[in-house]
Design a protein around this ligand. Structure first.
Ligand SMILES: [Mg+2]
Length: 173
């Protein structure tokens, strides 16, 4: 189902809440991640915490993929560090790369989660592709130029979202 919606299906403070246990309890087999400000501050390399997190996902049988609008130079080393397939210069919110990611992971829109920090790229792209979107708080409070205006409109839109309905609940809840 294609939904032209800027509203995330789910919200969390951080990718850390998206645990292997939670994913399995919700029936997700694969996760597509944005990189900048979702996993690390803009432009930063993968931290030991992030690489350990991806290892834990893989050990639990969860497949992962990175979709970034950033350059190959930025994305490729990060993807190698977390042992994930990737698409760079993805033109999110284009649906094309979300399809590529699911094809490469052998997953479908029904069992794939997309995690990102921006409504106008990550969430819109995931919603248009029919998969479940999860918005996380940006890792860094200060954005590079060009993102500030989007954050302004995001704040307005998120004012209308009932966040308590969308927060992740641990599997036992
Ligand atoms: Mg981002």
């Amino acid at each position: 189902m294609t939904r032209l919606s800027l509203f995330p299906a789910l919200m969390a403070e951080s990718y850390r809440e998206v645990t292997p246990q939670w994913l399995k309890a919700r029936g997700f087999a694969a996760v597509i991640f944005d990189i900048d400000n979702t996993l690390v501050p803009h432009g930063q390399e993968a931290t030991p915490e992030v690489t350990a997190y991806f290892s834990a996902l893989h050990e639990a049988g969860i497949r992962t993929f990175l979709i970034s609008n950033n350059s190959e130079e930025r994305v490729k080393p990060f993807a190698e560090a977390v042992s994930s397939g990737f698409v760079c210069k993805a033109d999110k919110p284009s649906r094309k790369r979300f399809r590529t990611a699911m094809a490469q992971m052998g997953s479908s829109s029904g069992d794939t989660l997309a995690v990102g920090d921006q409504l106008f790229t990550d969430v819109l792209g995931a919603n248009r592709s029919g998969l479940t979107s999860l918005l996380v708080q940006p890792v860094e409070p200060h954005d590079p130029p060009g993102v500030a205006w989007k954050r302004f409109f995001e704040k307005i839109l998120l004012f209308f979202v009932n966040k308590s309905e969308k927060q992740l609940k641990s599997p036992e809840e």
